[in-house]
Design a protein around this ligand. Structure first.
Ligand SMILES: [Zn+2]
Length: 427
C-alpha cells in the first residue's frame, strides 16, 4: 500500500474513525487500522471526498486573458475540486473531433486536477454526435443565447436527443427559450432589468419543451443552473433520467441594488428574487436538486466594469463553491450529507467517473477539512486569472489538504503538483 490516511472519514453518509489505504491512486482498503509506505494522520479534521464541478468555462483556447487551464484548475484544486468538466464555448468551439482532441491535449499539459470536456451541439454537427462521443464526456446544448454561446435551433431538440440517446453520454442543457428571450429583449441598466428581460417564463418554456420531447428518450439529461420557482415546480415529477443543477450564486444571491458594481453580477440565467433564491436553496437542502455546479465563467474586471447593457454575462466560482457550503454545513444551514451528495456523489454519477465517494475501487480523491479554519473570502487569495469574486468577504472553510489519485495536490496553502498532473477522464 503506497499511502494510508487516518482520520474522521465520510463513508456512506457517516463520519467514521478509520484509515483509507491507497494503491496506485485508487482506494484499496478502508479499515480501522492500516499502515502504508507513508501515513498521514489528521486527528482534528474531517476527510471528505473531493468535489467535482460539472460546469466550468476555463476560456482555453481563445480567451485565455480571462482564464486558462492552468489557472482554472489551480483555482479548482484550492477549492477542493479534483475534477472539472469544461464547456464548449471556447475559441474555437469544441464542436468537432479535431477541436475536442486539441483541447484535450492542450489542457492535459496545463491541468492541476483531472478534467473532462463537453462537445457543443450546433445545428451543423447534430449528425456527428456518435463520432463526437468518442472524445467528449458529454454534450452541451444552449436552447437560449448567452455570452459566446453556440447556435442551436430548439426545433432540432427531439432529433438531437434521439441521436445522443445512443451514445451513452449525458447531455447538459442551458434551459432558456430563445423565442421567449427575443420577445422580452430590452435595454438593461441593472440586475432587475436583466431578470425582466430574461423572465422565468423563458426558463419554464424551455423546461416544458424538454420534458415533452424527452418522454420516450432514455438519455441522461441534465438541466443546468435552475434559477426560478417556476422551473423548479415543473421538474417536481421528472423521470429518473433527468437531473437538475443549481449554482452557488443562484442559492446565495438575488437581484438587489446593494450588489455593486451591478454588471459584475450579470449572469445567465439571471439572479432573480429572494423568493426564487429561497425556493432553490430549500430544494437543494432536500433531495430535490441533484447537483451543485459553479458555472465558473470568468471575465476580467475591465470587461465587467462597463455599461451594464454591454457587459458580458458570467461570474467566477470554481474555487469558492465547496468552501462556502462547508461553512454553511458547519453552521447547520445545510447538512454535510447534502453538500457531499450535491458536489461529489451525484456529479460523479452523471459523468460516470470513479470519483465522488470514499469506497474501495474509487479514485483516491479526498479533501481534509478543519472546521475551525473559518476564513473570509478575499479575491487576492484566489487563483482565477480574473482577479475578483462575487463572494468577497463571505465566510468560508477551505480544505487544508487536497489529494487527487492519492497525490497531495494542496498542502500548506501551496500547490504541490505541476501543470500536467491533471488527467483527462474521458479515455
Ligand atoms: Zn455555463
Amino acid at each position: 500500500m503506497d499511502l494510508t490516511i487516518e482520520g474522521k472519514v465520510y463513508i456512506n453518509g457517516d463520519f467514521l474513525d478509520c484509515c483509507i489505504g491507497v494503491t496506485d491512486g485508487k482506494i484499496s482498503a478502508i479499515k480501522k487500522i492500516l499502515k502504508g509506505d507513508s501515513h498521514y494522520r489528521f486527528s482534528h479534521s474531517l476527510i471528505l471526498p473531493a468535489g467535482i464541478d460539472v460546469h466550468v468555462h476555463f476560456r482555453d483556447p481563445g480567451l485565455t486573458h480571462k482564464e486558462d487551464f492552468s489557472t482554472g484548475t489551480m483555482a479548482a484544486a484550492f477549492g477542493g475540486i479534483s475534477c472539472v468538466f469544461d464547456m464548449p464555448n471556447t475559441i474555437p468551439q469544441t464542436t468537432s473531433l479535431q477541436s475536442l482532441s486539441e483541447k484535450i491535449i492542450s489542457a492535459g499539459k496545463k491541468a492541476h486536477v483531472d478534467f473532462g470536456v463537453y462537445a457543443g451541439v450546433t445545428d451543423g454537427n447534430i449528425k456527428n454526435s456518435e463520432d463526437l462521443s468518442k472524445k467528449c464526456c458529454g454534450f452541451k446544448i444552449y436552447l437560449g443565447g448567452t455570452t459566446n454561446s453556440l447556435q442551436f435551433d430548439g426545433d432540432n431538440l427531439k432529433e438531437t436527443l434521439n441521436r445522443i440517446n445512443s451514445t451513452n453520454k449525458p447531455v447538459l442543457i442551458h434551459a432558456e427559450d430563445e423565442k421567449c428571450l427575443t420577445r422580452h429583449k430590452a435595454r438593461e441598466n441593472n440586475l432587475v432589468d436583466h431578470f425582466r428581460s430574461r423572465p422565468a417564463e423563458c426558463e419554464e418554456a424551455a423546461i416544458r419543451n424538454i420534458l415533452k420531447i424527452s418522454r420516450d428518450c432514455n438519455a441522461k439529461i441534465h438541466i443546468c443552473h435552475l434559477s426560478s420557482c417556476e422551473g423548479l415546480e415543473l421538474l417536481r415529477n421528472r423521470s429518473k433520467n433527468i437531473s437538475c443543477g443549481v449554482t452557488p450564486h443562484h442559492l446565495l444571491l438575488s437581484a438587489k441594488n446593494n450588489l455593486e458594481p451591478q454588471a459584475r453580477y450579470k449572469v445567465n440565467p439571471p439572479l432573480r428574487t429572494d423568493l426564487d433564491r429561497e425556493a432553490l436553496f430549500d430544494a437543494a437542502k432536500n433531495v430535490f436538486v441533484d447537483i451543485l455546479e459553479s458555472d465558473h465563467a470568468p471575465h476580467t474586471k475591465e470587461e465587467k466594469d462597463t455599461d451594464f447593457d454591454e457587459a458580458p454575462s458570467g461570474l467566477p466560482g470554481v474555487e469558492t463553491m465547496f468552501p462556502l457550503f462547508l461553512f454553511l454545513a458547519k453552521k447547520e444551514v445545510i447538512s454535510f450529507q447534502r453538500i457531499i451528495s450535491l458536489i461529489c456523489r451525484r456529479p460523479a454519477e452523471l459523468l460516470n467517473i470513479p470519483k465522488g465517494r470514499i469506497e474501495v475501487g474509487m479514485d483516491a480523491d479526498f479533501i481534509v477539512v478543519d472546521l475551525k479554519e473559518e476564513t473570509r473570502i478575499k479575491s487576492n487569495n484566489l487563483h482565477s486569472k480574473c482577479g475578483w469574486t462575487p463572494f468577497e468577504d463571505w465566510s468560508a472553510i477551505f480544505p487544508t489538504h487536497v489529494f487527487v489519485r492519492g497525490e497531495k495536490v494542496i498542502e500548506d496553502n501551496e500547490i504541490q503538483v505541476s501543470q500536467g498532473f491533471g488527467k483527462f477522464v474521458g479515455d
